[in-house]
Ligand binder design. Structure first.
Ligand SMILES: [Zn+2]
Length: 257
């Protein structure tokens, strides 16, 4: 597998038609019996959250995607998993499949106001982030949170684990499964942080940081275990969706068990 070498200074690969993808997410979720809620933002904008909550399920799992508008594999992975109905049967699920609609309209990391939503979870300037946090405050705590991302510069798949309470983790299991279908970024430094075989386990106290990604908010308020999954976006989109789907399924099945 060789990279396409299309990403010159930015993501230049396949784009999605965001309006059609959002419509497909809603349509397939409705058909499969999920509940859909629209979160109203201050600027007459709104975005969907998709949930399947069972009183009997003991595990509560959270997945978000599409917070960066130049990272299409995340929303496409949620669409794939909804179509294939590939979710643990005995868990409740909360999905935010497409957090930055306007970013996808222009293939940009930031939203239409130029805000990187994934740095806004401490100061909450964006109406979308405020609406997202209001909704999260109404949900229970989660067993685990997954955040689906892509990296246009990376040579392979990698993931971050935030695990402040030292719970058992499954990063190695994910990487081992993925290594058969997708290149892994084996660099010893990724994004300026130490990495080992595609796994970063940064020891960061969010309270000491000014700019919070969604994952920092989650480990402060909603879960004690978060995975940020990063597929390499200089490979074909189908390969990335295959890889991301396998990573999500591996983690959800591990934590639902
Ligand atoms: Zn991202």
């Amino acid at each position: 597998m060789q990279p396409l070498r299309r990403n010159l200074g930015a993501y230049c690969g396949e784009r999605i038609h965001v309006e059609a993808v959002q419509a497909a997410l809603i349509s397939v979720a409705e058909k499969k019996g999920w509940e859909i809620d629209w979160l109203e933002c201050d600027d007459s904008d709104r975005f969907p959250v998709i949930t399947r909550v069972s009183e009997k399920a003991s595990q509560r799992l959270y997945v978000s995607a599409g917070i960066h508008g130049d990272e299409p594999a995340g929303p496409m992975t949620i669409l794939r998993l909804l179509r294939d109905d590939c979710w643990p049967r005995d868990a409740s699920l909360w999905l935010c499949p497409l957090l930055n609609y306007s970013g996808f309209q222009r293939n940009s990391r930031e939203d239409k106001q130029g805000i990187d939503l994934n740095r806004d979870y401490r100061h909450r300037i964006s109406p979308r982030v405020r609406a997202h946090i209001r909704w999260l405050e109404s949900t229970p705590r989660f067993e685990v949170g997954l955040h689906l991302h892509e990296d246009w510069e990376s040579t392979g798949f990698y993931l971050y684990e935030l695990n402040p309470r030292d719970r058992p983790t499954f990063g190695e299991r994910v990487i081992q499964g993925l290594s058969r279908i997708c290149p892994i970024d084996t660099a010893e430094q990724i994004d300026g942080r130490p990495a080992k075989n595609g796994i970063l386990r940064p020891q960061i106290d969010p309270a000491s940081q000014q700019e919070w990604p969604e994952a920092f908010f989650m480990v402060q308020e909603k879960t004690d275990l978060s995975y940020t999954l990063e597929s390499p976006s200089d490979y074909p989109l189908e390969l990335r969706v295959n890889a991301m789907s396998l990573a999500v399924r591996t983690l959800l099945e591990a934590y639902a068990a």
